[in-house]
Design a protein. Sequence first.
Lengths: 77, 206
Amino acid sequence: MNERLKESLSALLDGEVNELELQRILTNENRQEVSSCWQRYHEVREWIQKDSSLRIKIDIRSSVMEVITKDEPPHKA
Amino acid sequence: MTNSRQFQDHLLRKSTDQLDQKLVSRVQKGDRAAFDLLLVKYQNRVASIVSRFVSNPEDIADLTQEVFIRVYRAIHSFRGDSAFYTWLFRIAINQAKSYLKKNKARVGYKDGEHAEQKISDKSNGFHTETPESLLSRSELAEGIENALAVMPAELSVALILREFDGLSYEEISKVMECPIGTVRSRIFRARELLDNTIKSLSDEVH
């Protein structure tokens, strides 16, 4: 399967393809490869979204507020 | 499913935009409590973005703090032409890039040089007790984490903005200041690198 088609499948996963591109994907002769790639991209998405260690947790609230409290309040120009 | 997710993303973004705009207007009038709400709402997301450029937890915290102080001091210049978070994320990326310039020797820049080889090296570093054993969830999660950590920041940031923050390609193009086609290509390349990582890890146990 060529890179162009794989990139189209990736964009389809994000709902970012037009009708023409969708048609090109759906009419591709290599159904098995298209399905397989489509499935793998979904698996990649699932892995990323369920891996909580990729989401950084941080608490800088007090340090930032301490700095900006010393600032003059911002005023719209 | 994709259309349903897109619709949910759209509704969520719309209500988020309206709330953010209200809070920003109040900050612009001098209300620091409104900024506090924005800070708490976005600090983890900004930290996730800057962590694509620097990996040391102290650098991530310092950089995230710098981003919010800069945003507060510049908030009068935000006109609301785009969503607040696209403006915020853009500042975070630019701040991270300039931070790297200043501290390049110390923190190292994920510039993509030999990134694919590094991902492959990391993947090959995985060991299983027996060839028959199944790839565990934690091994795969670690493999994906490693792959994201060593791939070029421009790829992982684009993917994270899409997968974690639900931004559209158009919004990501505004945040990353590049054409939509580049966003599409970066997300595709990031997915391919992760897919290859999963495949190589799976192959090792079969």
